[in-house]
Design a protein around this ligand. Structure first.
Ligand code: SAH
Length: 207
């Protein structure tokens, strides 16, 4: 049977996800609510799934890995780029203090925001906008997570990251993206390649 408990055991723990808070929260959050009805029976599969508008909800392992990279304690203010289904935001909402999430496609933003409200989250703030610009009014952030792949590291996001803050993002095109963990240290940034991944491309905003 595919369920959250098995997903955590066989996809996350077995592959080396160790952050106990991440494991616990991913066992608690009903992923089936974040996928379209036709995919509900496949919600806990070891894969990404379509969520409409040509976009996808990420594979559970990748969600866990990226979240673990942020080393959250519960006090942080986080910026997410690419709200999509709202699943990653829901996880961050349980692990951090405040989550600001930006989605460029209005129908997805509207749906995710309604779902997160219905589930009772009061610490997740959504907006429709261009993620390349970040969310100036609420900067700086303790951590930033980008869930669509840009070709280059968006400088505005680096600027909106706190000193000592961590940013995780997929970088590159189509078939050859690196998952990067960037740590800001004063004027320097340290970059570490975590693994390779395949995300939808980050859409260049029009405005
Ligand atoms: N975190 C999401 C994954 C969504 S896939 C989840 O948990 O379901 C990536 C999302 O990024 C898509 O919804 C896409 O529309 C959005 N996106 C792409 N380019 C963007 C941009 N420039 N600004 C904000 N969102 C963007």
């Amino acid at each position: 049977m595919e369920n959250a408990k098995n997903m955590v055991e066989f996809q996350l723990r077995a592959r080396g996800i160790k952050d106990q808070r991440v494991l616990r929260v991913m066992e608690e959050i009903p992923r089936e609510l974040f996928v379209p009805k036709v995919y509900r029976s496949r919600a806990y599969e070891d894969s990404a799934l379509p969520i409409g508008e040509g976009q996808t909800i990420s594979q559970p392992y990748v969600v866990a890995l990226m979240t673990q990279c942020l080393r959250l304690q519960g006090t942080e203010r986080i910026l997410e780029i690419g709200t999509g289904s709202g699943y990653q935001a829901a996880i961050l909402g349980k692990l951090a203090k405040e989550v600001f999430t930006i989605e460029i496609l209005e129908p997805l933003a509207r749906e995710a925001s309604a779902l997160l409200l219905k589930l009772g989250y009061t610490n997740i703030h959504t907006k429709v906008g261009d993620g390349y610009k970040g969310w100036e009014e609420h900067a700086p952030f303790d951590a930033i997570i980008v869930t669509a792949a840009p070709l280059e590291i968006p400088q505005k996001l680096v600027e909106q990251l706190k000193d000592g803050g961590r940013m995780v993002l997929p970088l590159g095109d189509g078939w050859a993206q690196d998952l990067i963990l960037l740590t800001k240290q004063g004027k320097e940034t340290k970059k570490e390649v975590i693994t390779n991944v395949r995300f939808v491309p980050m859409i260049k905003g029009v405005k």
